[in-house]
Structure formats: C-alpha cells, structure tokens
Design a protein. Structure first.
Length: 85
C-alpha cells in the first residue's frame, strides 16, 4: 500500500480549481462589462460614462474573482494522495 505524501501536488484537484476559477471569472467579468454598457445605454449617459461604469464594475468583478479563488483554494485539497479510495 503506497504511503500518502502530503507535499505531493494533486493534478486533478489543481485542474478542477483552475477550471472553476476561469469559468466563474469569465462569467463575472462579462456581467460587469455588460452591466456598465447597459446602464450607460439605458440612461443615455454617453461613451465616457459607459467606460467609467465598465471600469468600476470590472474592478468589483476582479475583487469577486479573487475572493472566489481564495475560497476555492481553501476548500479543495491541492496536496496529498491522488487515491480517492
């Protein structure tokens, strides 16, 4: 029976976390850009305000992505044995 090496990186867990972060990150960033575009267009605020809204919402999205990544990395065990059973 092979011993579990706690410092061994688990590629499957790393791939899972990285994929989730990319998926959630792209969705959140797309929503932020679309929200800035939609709000500025709805109230006819002009191109400059549209870009300002998109920038502000993108900063909020990046903050949310970082929070999600930190949580995902805490929950998913990236080190240890690859064996599930």
């Amino acid at each position: 029976m092979p011993e579990s090496n706690p410092s061994r990186l688990r590629p499957s867990s790393l791939l899972t976390v990285a994929s989730a972060i990319v998926l959630v990150g792209v969705e959140v960033l797309a929503v932020a850009l679309a929200a800035g575009w939609a709000i500025a267009g709805l109230f006819q605020l002009g191109r400059t305000i549209e870009f300002i809204f998109m920038g502000i919402f993108s900063l909020l999205a990046i903050w949310a992505i970082i929070g999600f990544a930190r949580s995902a990395l805490k929950i998913e065990p990236l080190h240890g044995s690859d064996n599930q059973g």
